[in-house]
Write a protein that binds this ligand. Sequence first.
Ligand SMILES: NC(=O)C1=CN([C@@H]2O[C@H](COP(=O)(O)OP(=O)(O)OC[C@H]3O[C@@H](n4cnc5c(N)ncnc54)[C@H](O)[C@@H]3O)[C@@H](O)[C@H]2O)[C@@H](O)CC1
Ligand SMILES: [K+]
Length: 510
Amino acid sequence: MTKEQVIVTAAQMRDIEGRIFAAGMPVAALMEKVARLISDRLQAMIPQGQRVGILVGPGHNGCDALVVARELHFRGDQVWIYQPFTKLKELTSQHFQYAQSLGIPCYQKLEELPSCDFLIDGLFGFGLEREITEPIASAINHFNEWNQPIFSIDLPSGLHTDTGEILGTAIRANHTFCLGLWKQGLLQDQALAHIGKAELIDFDIPLADIHAVLGDVIKVKRITAKTALATLPLPRPPVTHKYKEGHLLLICGSRRYAGGAILTGLGARASGVGMLSIAVPESIKPLLVSHLPEALIIGCPETETGAIAQLQLPDNTDLSSFSAIACGPGLTKDAMPIVQQVIASPVPLILDADALNILAQLGTIPTLQQRQAATVLTPHTGEFHRLFPDLPYTNRVNAVQTSAEQTGAVILLKGARTAISNPQGVVWINSESTPALARGGSGDVLTGLMGGLLAQIANQQTTIEDVVATAAWWHSQAGILAAAERTELGVDAFTLTQYLIKVLLVWNQP
Ligand SMILES: NC(=O)C1=CN([C@@H]2O[C@H](COP(=O)(O)OP(=O)(O)OC[C@H]3O[C@@H](n4cnc5c(N)ncnc54)[C@H](O)[C@@H]3O)[C@@H](O)[C@H]2O)[C@@H](O)CC1
Ligand SMILES: [K+]
């Protein structure tokens, strides 16, 4: 476990901080250390001699900002301070007094503020506990309208540390220096527009204190490149054969949605899976053969509407002969019997797209209780609401945790920051992605990729949730790479499939 992986709530951060202070670290010394680290980063990013406005709140977030103000002042920047509060915490008050003694201009009224080139936001950190009211709310809105880059300390002031909700209003930062450990709110979709680029400032929190507060098993963690790459089936053993490298059955497509089946197949292809079988309605079989010549395409009898009516596997094959099954993209809702059949099978199973809508119709929780093998559900927000209409959703991390606990499945809740939970409530968050992936077909690629990985890893020690997290990371990294080369508009789902292998080349370079 690395600190980059850990995600905490405000209460957990406060407990960790409390242990450090109780062990003898002076509060003021920690403040100096943290603020010096922030100053160093700022000095690397802001040219010397700039006009810098520092927004100071009443607590220790404001205290950080005051130490930064002092450091920038001494290196020759033209610093001013906006501090509109009447009551400050003691240490904050001392630093404010010292800043004034240095002759740094301090203002309480918005109207008096001179212009500046950069703003540093130290109004509130994880101590924000209620909605921001006037006059601070107006001040924040005002700063958001200035067109100066804003650097937020710990988190943009106004965001709820755990849920990422906007408490009245919030600073829209260009850059956020998250202090010590990642705060959960920074990894929630609703906060993203306020965070800008986020970076972790590591101030040497002892691992023992993290474990003392969070336990041995960290319950909410970030997916990192290191953890994702460690789960990939690379390198392959020198002696192997195609069936040893997994046999994936994809069940997807309809006359209406043939493209979804192709994209799912291309995603699976990139996973390197040993054998790929794809069950589709008979009428689209030739199309699939032409796109995926290496796959065994199984043409199935179809309904009048062009959905798969019945799974017709080759002789001597039944569902239990596959290492994993992925079912759903492009199926249409007419394929209900097929979904029921795969749910009854004893094989690791991914359900996506129409299979999720069918599952919702069947009744999510009672239906999944029949499952003997592992199940993965990959809903987007709309599908999640259909699957779990009664679950509160303000906190996506809690929502995905509860859904996994209730169903015994691994749930991947799609979003700008995809969250994955196993049935024990351990959550992985994919912390890097790109809006370029918000496009039809992108989810089909993920399902195929994940299915292919699951099939290869099904017999090994790796847990299903590690596979799911790795697939999510790989998929979004491909999006990031493709967007860097082709812009965020250039990442159609087919193009995305072409970038999956490139991700491995980039990340495996020494
Ligand atoms: N946890 C740690 O290990 C460290 C924390 N530091 C800093 O300390 C911060 C937390 O400090 P605090 O606990 O003092 O909290 P904050 O500085 O986030 O703010 C708390 C203060 O704001 C007031 N307040 C809360 N909500 C308000 C609202 N809606 N309107 C007006 N006032 C409101 C509170 O009464 C309190 O005085 C972190 O975010 C970080 O910046 C770092 O400097 C040092 C290391
Ligand atoms: K802040």
